[in-house]
Write a protein that binds this ligand. Structure first.
Ligand SMILES: NC(=O)C1=CN([C@@H]2O[C@H](COP(=O)(O)OP(=O)(O)OC[C@H]3O[C@@H](n4cnc5c(N)ncnc54)[C@H](O)[C@@H]3O)[C@@H](O)[C@H]2O)C=CC1
Ligand SMILES: O=C(O)C(=O)Cc1ccc(O)cc1
Length: 363
């Protein structure tokens, strides 16, 4: 008999999970979204196999229910779930970026709840951005509630195994502490840098044109969904404030360094940061967010980027990011294209080797 999975919230994460879980031949995936257009689109795209009209009817048939909604909505849905007519063996789980508040709510439920957080994503949202391989090689954190037993955890792990994510069990508080450092607080920094640019721009409109390379790299995540980040920030408020306090101390240390303006100490500051950054497991399997960069030496001529991305599109190779490291007239520029999987990067390199005369290499 087929096992029934209900995914509530069919955006980037719910849609990607639905696509990935299709690999189980014995699983039926039902999908619900408060936005009827999204639900219809997910059904038409074949991401979900049924689109129930109400949550109550869908919940009745489900063996596993996944809340893939912004974390504020997830808390409300968990509360509503008390009134659903659920199977006795049902397991509830979520995909939210915060875990402590969710698990406090989970402890109030009679139903086993296993918190979940796939630590991969992007600044994009919505079902159109969903990708079946989004979670491959990424960590997927689980935080089981007191009512979830070992067998429940095994069932969920078995369901999620097809995502090819690396599943780890962690305490909710530890999860929120760590994600404040590597994910939540960096979002606030990105947003604040953009605010700073915006203020300057009033006096100096040209600054906007100059905001290339480094500024864009550092602030990409400021383009994320504001509703989602409102909820994350309010739920993990204390941990984020702790990081802000640390950051302000660090900024004071930096200010003293700048006021002293001593070249050696300033170089040391950058050198130490570079050493730590270069050692981060970013482009290898096992990273929080794995990306695989391919560098291509390109001449600075109009249309070059669309030519190269056009080849990738023809060969159905997906990219996650694209940027130019350096472009000056008469000088070669370096185009950096990031892929989610090493295999995609290999295929892209092969594609460029066959179809262009540009050198591409893994730096
Ligand atoms: N975007 C990312 O990179 C990541 C997000 N997450 C978490 O996953 C969850 C979902 O995020 P995304 O998919 O990016 O958001 P999204 O904005 O792409 O999709 C959320 C979907 O939920 C629907 N929705 C909202 N309230 C609902 C409700 N009460 N009932 C049913 N549907 C409802 C929306 O209409 C939308 O289609 C969030 O909790 C987020 O913190 C986790 C990992 C990565
Ligand atoms: O786009 C990025 O780099 C992200 O930071 C994506 C992301 C957003 C929220 C999460 O909980 C996990 C990953």
């Amino acid at each position: 008999m087929k096992s029934h999975v209900l995914i509530i919230g069919l955006g980037l994460i719910g849609g990607s999970l639905a696509k990935s879980l299709q690999r189980h031949k014995d699983v039926h995936i039902a999908g619900y979204d408060t936005d009827p257009m999204t639900q219809r689109k997910a059904y038409k795209m074949g991401i979900i196999q049924s689109a129930p009209p109400t949550l109550e009817s869908a919940a009745r048939d489900a063996d596993i229910i996944i809340f893939a909604t912004p974390v504020g909505a997830t808390l409300k849905l968990m509360e509503q779930s008390r009134f659903w007519d659920l199977k006795e063996s049902v397991i509830l789980t979520d995909t939210g970026s915060t875990k402590l508040r969710i698990m406090e709510a989970a402890d109030q439920l009679e139903t086993p709840f296993i918190g979940g957080h796939p630590m991969a994503g992007s600044h994009k949202s919505g079902v159109e951005a969903a990708k079946d391989l989004l979670f491959e090689n990424a960590f997927y954190i689980l935080t089981p509630s007191r009512k979830a037993d070992e067998e429940d955890v095994m069932k969920l792990k078995e369901l999620l195994s097809v995502t090819k994510a690396k599943i780890e069990v962690l305490a909710a508080e530890k999860h929120d502490y760590l994600t404040a450092i590597v994910s939540h607080f960096p979002h606030l920094i990105a947003a604040s840098l953009v605010h700073q640019l915006d203020k300057e721009e009033k006096e100096n409109p040209f600054v906007r044109q100059l905001a290339a390379g480094g500024f864009r790299d550092t602030t990409r995540i400021a383009s994320s969904n504001p509703e989602m980040w409102r909820d994350i920030t309010t739920q993990n408020n204390n941990m984020i404030i702790r990081q802000l306090d640390n950051w302000m101390n660090e900024m004071n240390r930096l200010k003293l360094l700048l006021e002293a303006n001593e070249p050696h100490s300033i170089q040391q500051y950058f050198k130490q940061a570079k050493e730590v950054r270069d050692e981060l497991p970013i482009a290898v399997s096992g990273a929080l967010f794995s990306v695989y960069d391919l560098h291509i030496d390109i001449p600075d001529v109009p249309g070059i980027i669309s030519e190269l991305t056009g080849y990738l599109a023809e060969e159905k190779i997906s990219i996650v990011n694209i940027r130019i490291l350096e472009t000056r007239e008469d000088v070669f520029g370096i185009l950096v294209i990031s892929f989610q999987r090493a295999e995609d990067r290999e295929r892209a390199k092969d594609c460029f080797d066959r179809r262009t005369s540009y050198d591409s290499y893994i730096s």
